[in-house]
Structure formats: structure tokens, C-alpha cells
Ligand binder design. Structure first.
Ligand code: HDD
Length: 711
């Protein structure tokens, strides 16, 4: 929505820096009007270009310096503006103003990302997704730099460069791009048992989301809330998508990467342009400070979740994305997040991963954005005005009046003053800290498998099957058998059948492992420690299976209508209208892009041809009836393409609606050969076909029929 009404304090602030070239004359960067932008200044029309051509020089120089370093991780991203609305006050737990006043709306900018791939890589890589939220609060910027998975690979930030070097393309040949399926990643992982819980998440379909609007977001670490009285609660942050958590199949992800590598970016952009705003419930898990040690895991360990069965998630707010950026580079590329951007009422914990992050984010902006003044880039500016004695540096924008740039001062009347706590001055939570200076891991961080098991056991059968196949795919790309074998040795501690099944497919034997483990205290043996494993409080957690998040909605779904000249307009219009009324989008796919005539003489313009798109770009297919249309779809040059569409959608467990007269296509496709009832196949025989179709799409996929649909 270019000029939609979703204006807030932040978007208002950005307007001052926004420009439109409409009806304007071309100028240099100095504002000089340009009279010829086609030719450089030469000594004679066939002569050499003159050095004095300042217009050419300015243009080329600017172009030569257009690129900045991409983010060292999370390089590929998509962003949007929006609003966070608080529905239930958290004043009992925190004094952060944006979390205390019921009904309060806070502007936000959110950037989603993949982690390993370069800026130009595909959206559908198997990867963690970043979910970074900048809240422009009246007390300053608060950044929740989250992921779509609630745990992390490592427990200590000192291992982050190792992890990233292992997953990024291998340094000798820069292969593979945006993929973890290679030797160095699995070599590292197989030597880091603490990563196994995260590996379960990464090998699950959560790593290949259907869209950003269908992913969860997690703050990962435990943070702290502090209320007006100074009382402390540990807090875990959650974003739960209103559309449910849904993913695509791995085979589909690979196809989408070729057909539409910008699949997620496009989905986010188009949804917002259409007014189908992505929305999440914002929730918190709250743990009183005195209960810190009540769990069978350490709250400071970022490889652990707090199961929702133990501490329920309280939903207190709504995050809505309602405006696309005006300029990708200025906003999405230049936005700079940092877990250390805090407001009073929120504080860190001693999670050693979080502690290291607190150094990394400002540091990286210095090389990425090139100056300590990156906070002055419009997208990064706080809506609260900035007053301090920091001065100068590359690209300084603010013009601070007066002689004074130090404190204390008398010349400037002592300004700017320190703020007292009651005036909103930030104070770190007072915490007693004592201990020997040691380079060690706490023994409370040592159980690496219980929650990996919890995750695996909480998956539905199809989800387990997908996870197993993901491991087989990834490990089959590992060329060194010892690494494959070592990893299988880890899987044994999670699920013996899983380990055996993977081992069988990747050509190794299941052996018990015995190798040095850097993450444990020097005198610890991982196997002994595991035998101390406690019986977990929760054995299955419903919240961990995507299957349990299905919502009864087709909002934001994209349905492909396969049509041809002479289609039965009445029937297809009825289905289309019903889908659109419920917030789904219908796109027409025809043998060519030429306008086509329907049975009632009206004209339709197809958006796609059978060769310009693929079934993987849609959530469901509708095959339109009409004698002439079906005849055209059956001519040899179209028939194999249509059947490919149908068979592929069928294989990916999608809903397909065959309308009146499409029997020949139905019978010739794999659908015709099905042996059992299938709730996601709707035919001309179904009464209330449109309703059944909508119901089936809302269920996302019939994963439970995957084996049958693929047999
Ligand atoms: Fe990080 C970017 C999330 C651990 C160092 N991180 C980055 C982004 C997200 C996360 C979403 C992209 C922000 C954007 O869109 O601009 N990172 C996480 C989460 C972590 C985590 C959820 C663990 C719980 N990160 C982590 C560690 C370190 C970093 C342990 C270093 C010690 N992360 C960075 C970084 C990045 C970054 C190098 C790259 C670009 C940037 O910061 O601005 O500083």
C-alpha cells in the first residue's frame, strides 16, 4: 500500500527524509539541473572524454561506491513497517512503558532473514529465519533480535565464529551457497553435542517456512523484566502467527528456489500491498526470580526451551505489519539491530551467548554501515530525541548548537542532564555477582539430549518422517564417512530408530561415540554425563508440532486456477469469489498469456502461462471446467504441462478441485489412481465443492496422506 493510512510516529519521521522524483528535473547531487544525461563531455564527438566532465565523474563515482558489505550472517532479508499493540498490561512485571499501558500502539520495523546465504541467495534454503523487531518506543528503541526457532546451536558466544565459518560456503571453493548440507557444517555439529536440540529444529520443516507470516518468533534467551518496585521476573518472548505455523515440503522448497527464489519476499510484499496484513500474537513466559533453579535445565542455557506445559505463554499483544518500505536499501538494508538496545524495565541475563551478542552487533555495524553515526540513518533513529555529548565521525547528520560537548559543564548550564530513575533514566538491574574468574562451562548446561528428544517425540508422524529425510539428504552430501558416522552416533541419544534409519540410508553403521568434546568440563565424559539424565518433566509438548497450530483460515493463501478459452465462467467465478471473500488470492494460469474468452463471452487476462509458473508457487489448484476449455487443456502441448501441475500439487499434499467436465484430466493424472478417500481432493461430484475446497486449504496440507499420494 504505497499511500495507505498506516501512518505512525516513525513513518511520519521518515517522511522528512523521503523524496519522490515525480515532475522533477534531473539534477546532480549538488542540485544543478542536468541538460544531457546521454553523452559525456568529449573533445570532438569521436574524441576522448574530458577529465573536467564533473557530471560523468560524480555519477560514476557514486555508482562505484554503491555497495556496502552484506551482513556477515542474516545477509538476505525482507522488511516491513508495522505496529505493536498491547492488549494486556504487564505493569505487574515490567516498567517498560510500551508494555504497561493497555491499548498502547508502538511503531515497529521488522526484518526477516535467512542466516547462511548471501544477499542474492534463495528464500527457500533450509535454514533458521531471523525475526528482528525494532520497537520505536517513547523511551528509545527496543530491539528484539529473534529467530523462528527458540533455541540455538551453541551455548557460548565464543563458538559463534566457528559455527558460522562451518556453515558458510567452504573457504577454498565458496561451495555450497545457502546450504548446510556439506562437510564443514556437519563436521562441526558432529563434534558439538550441545547443537543437537537445534539440529532437530533445523532438520524439521520449520526450516522451510511457507511464508514469513506463518512462522513463529522467539527471543531465544531468557531476559529479565523489572517492575517499578524492582521485582525481577525471567521472561521468554514469543510471537505466534495468527495464520498458524506452516511449512512447505523439501522437494517443493528446492523447486521454488528455481522458479521463484524471492518467494517469501514476494509473499510479504504482496500481502501488505493487498491489505492482508501479517499478524502475530505476542506472548511471554514469566518466571519469578526466586524460581530460577526450579527447572531440570538452566534458564541461562540458550539450547533449552521452557516447555509451555511448565510455564504457559501469556498472550499480551499483537504485532501487525501494514506498510512496505519505500526503499529497500535505505530501510531494510540499513536497519541495524542490537540485543543491547534496551528500555527501562527490560534487562539481560548472564546467558553466555547473549553476553557475547552484546558486543557483536554494534561492532558489526561499524564495518557494515561504516560509521558510529549509524543511529542517525533515518530507519535507525529513535522517535525519542537524542541528546548527548557524542560528536563528529563519518557522515554526522545532527547539528548540535553551542560550545559544550562534555559533562559536567557549567557553560551549557549542565545540559544535557542525567535522568533520574523516576524520569526514565535506565539503571541496570542490581544483581549480586561473585565467583572465581574461570573459562568454563557450567555443569548445569550439560544435558544436551533431553530436549532434543522432547522435540522429536512431540512431532507428528509425517513431521518425524520429514525430519528423518532431511537428515538423510543433508548427511548424504557429506563426503567424509567418519563425519556421517559420528553424527549418527549423536542421533542414537535422541531416537534409536531415527539413528538406525538415517545410518542405513547414508551407508554407515550405528556406533556409540567416543570423542573429545570441547564444550564440557575437561574431566567430563559425555556418555557418563548423559547417564545422569533426569526423567524430563514433560515428555511431549503440543506446542512443538506445527500440526497443532492449524487455524481455520485461508487468509493469505494463493490459489492457482488452471483455465483456458471457453471456461465455465459461472462455476469458476463462484469458487473465486468465495475464496477472495475469505482473504485468499486467486491467480489465473492458462496455456498462454493471451486474453481468453469465457463461456459467457467475457474476457479474462491470465496472470501466468503454464510454462511461466509452477504448482509449487500455489497453496492449492482449481481446474476449471467448460467443454472447450478442457479440450484445449488436453491438446498434446498443454496436456503434459497441466498434468505436471496436478501431479506435483498432489504429491505435495495440496488441495485440488476438479470442476465439472474435467474428468479426462482427473483420470489421466495420478489423482485418478488414488485408492482411498482424500479430503483434499474435491470433484464435480461434491456438493458444496467450494466450501470443501476452502476447508481443505485451511488445513494447509494432508501430510498424513503423503505416503499414499506418493505411492
Ligand atoms: Fe545474531 C544478525 C539473531 C546469536 C552476531 N542475529 C542477526 C540477525 C538476527 C539474529 C535476527 C539479523 C538482524 C537483521 O535483520 O539485521 N543471533 C540471533 C539470535 C541469536 C544470535 C536469535 C542467538 C540466540 N548473533 C548471535 C551471536 C553472535 C551474533 C552469538 C555473535 C557473537 N548476529 C550477529 C552479528 C549480526 C547478527 C554478526 C550480523 C548482522 C548484524 O548483526 O547486524 O552481529
Amino acid at each position: 500500500m504505497k499511500d495507505n493510512k498506516n501512518i505512525n510516529e516513525k513513518t511520519d519521521q521518515l517522511k522528512v527524509h523521503t523524496t519522490l522524483n515525480e515532475n522533477e528535473k534531473l539534477t546532480t547531487n549538488q542540485g544543478l539541473k542536468i541538460n544531457n544525461n546521454q553523452d559525456s563531455l568529449k573533445a570532438g564527438d569521436r574524441g576522448p572524454t574530458l577529465l573536467e566532465d564533473f557530471i560523468l565523474r560524480e555519477k560514476i563515482t557514486h555508482f562505484d561506491h554503491e555497495r556496502i558489505p552484506e551482513r556477515v550472517v542474516h545477509a538476505r532479508g525482507s522488511g516491513a513497517h508495522g505496529v505493536f499493540k498491547l492488549n494486556k498490561s504487564l505493569a505487574q512485571y515490567t516498567k517498560a512503558k510500551f508494555l504497561t499501558e493497555e491499548g498502547k500502539e508502538t511503531p515497529v520495523f521488522v526484518r526477516f532473514s535467512t542466516v547462511a546465504g548471501s544477499r542474492g541467495s534463495t528464500d527457500l534454503a533450509r535454514d533458521v529465519r531471523g525475526f528482528a523487531v525494532k520497537f520505536y518506543t517513547e523511551e528509545g528503541n527496543y530491539d528484539l533480535v529473534a529467530n523462528n526457532m527458540p533455541v540455538f546451536f551453541i551455548q557460548d558466544a565464543i563458538k559463534f565464529p566457528d559455527l558460522v565459518h562451518a556453515v558458510k560456503p567452504e573457504p577454498d571453493n565458496e561451495i555450497p551457497q545457502a546450504a548446510s548440507a556439506h562437510d564443514t557444517f556437519w563436521d562441526f555439529i558432529s563434534l558439538m553435542p550441545e547443537s543437537m536440540h537445534m539440529i532437530m529444529w533445523l532438520m524439521s520443516d520449520r526450516a522451510i517456512p511457507r511464508s514469513f507470516s506463518r512462522m513463529e518468533g522467539f527471543g531465544v534467551h531468557s531476559f529479565k523484566f523489572i517492575n517499578e518496585e524492582g521485582k525481577v521476573h525471567f521472561v521468554k518472548f514469543h510471537f505466534k502467527p495468527k495464520l498458524g505455523v506452516h511449512s512447505v515440503a523439501w522437494d517443493e522448497a528446492q523447486r521454488i528456489s528455481g522458479v521463484d527464489p524471492d518467494f517469501h519476499k514476494r509473499d510479504l510484499w504482496e500481502s501488505i500491498e493487498k491489505g492482508i496484513f501479517p499478524e502475530w500474537d505476542f506472548g511471554v513466559q514469566l518466571i519469578p526470580e526466586e524460581d530460577e533453579h526450579k527447572f531440570d535445565f538452566d534458564l541461562l542455557d540458550p539450547t533449552k526451551i521452557v516447555p509451555e506445559e511448565v510455564v504457559p505463554v501469556q498472550l499480551v499483544g499483537t504485532l501487525t505489519l501494514n506498510k512496505n518500505p519505500d526503499n529497500f536499501f535505505a530501510e531494510t538494508e540499513q536497519v541495524a539491530f542490537h540485543p543491547g538496545h534496551l528500555v527501562p524495565g527490560i534487562d539481560f541475563t548472564n546467558d553466555p551467548l547473549l553476553q557475547g551478542r552484546l558486543f557483536s552487533y554494534t561492532d558489526t555495524q561499524l564495518s557494515r554501515l561504516g560509521s558510529p553515526n549509524f543511529h542517525e540513518i533515518p530507519i535507525n533513529r529513535s522517535i525519542n530525541t537524542v541528546h548527548n555529548n557524542q560528536r563528529d565521525g563519518h557522515m554526522r547528520q545532527q547539528i548540535v548548537k553551542g560550545k559544550v560537548s562534555y559533562e559536567p559543564n557549567s557553560i551549557g548550564g549542565g545540559c544535557p542532564f542525567q535522568a533520574m530513575m523516576k524520569e526514565g533514566g535506565f539503571t541496570s538491574q542490581e544483581e549480586r555477582v561473585s565467583g572465581k574468574k574461570v573459562r568454563e562451562r557450567s555443569k548445569s548446561f550439560v544435558d544436551h539430549y533431553s530436549q532434543a528428544k522432547l522435540f522429536y517425540n512431540s512431532q507428528s508422524t509425517p513431521e518425524k518422517f520429514h525430519l528423518q529425510n532431511a537428515l538423510i539428504f543433508e548427511l548424504s552430501k557429506v563426503t567424509i564417512p567418519e563425519i556421517r558416522e559420528r553424527l549418527v552416533g549423536q542421533l542414537v541419544y535422541i531416537d534409536k530408530f531415527l539413528a538406525w534409519r538415517v545410518a542405513e540410508k547414508i551407508g554407515v553403521e550405528v556406533k556409540e561415540l567416543d570423542f573429545p568434546n570441547q564444550s564440557l568440563p575437561a574431566d567430563a565424559n559425555p556418555i557418563d554425563l548423559q547417564s545422569e539424565e533426569k526423567e524430563p518433566e514433560v515428555k511431549i509438548s503440543e506446542a512443538l508440532s506445527m500440526q497443532n497450530t492449524i487455524k481455520n483460515t485461508v487468509k493469505g493463501r494463493k490459489i492457482g486456477f488452471i483455465v483456458a478459452g471457453g471456461l465455465d465462467a459461472g462455476a469458476s467465478d463462484e469458487v473465486k469469489t468465495k475464496l477472495e471473500e475469505k482473504g485468499a488470492t486467486v491467480e489465473l494460469i492458462a496455456p498462454s498469456l493471451a486474453p481468453l474468452r469465457t463461456s459467457d463471452g467475457s474476457t479474462l487476462i491470465p496472470k501466468h502461462s503454464l510454462t511461466s509458473t509452477a504448482s509449487v508457487c500455489f497453496d492449492a489448484l482449481y481446474i476449471a471446467g467448460g467443454e472447450d476449455a478442457v479440450k484445449e487443456l488436453l491438446i498434446p502441448e498443454n496436456k503434459h504441462l497441466v498434468l505436471h501441475f496436478i501431479n506435483e500439487a498432489y504429491k505435495h499434499c495440496k488441495a485440488i478441485y476438479f470442476d465439472e467436465g474435467t474428468q479426462p484430466l482427473y483420470m489421466n493424472s495420478n489423482v485418478g489412481a488414488r485408492a482411498h478417500e482424500d479430503p483434499a481432493i474435491i470433484t464435480w461430484e461434491d456438493k458444496n465443492g467450494a466450501e470443501k475446497f476452502i476447508h481443505a486449504i485451511a488445513k494447509h496440507r494432508v501430510w498424513e496422506l503423503e505416503q499414499e499420494r506418493n505411492s
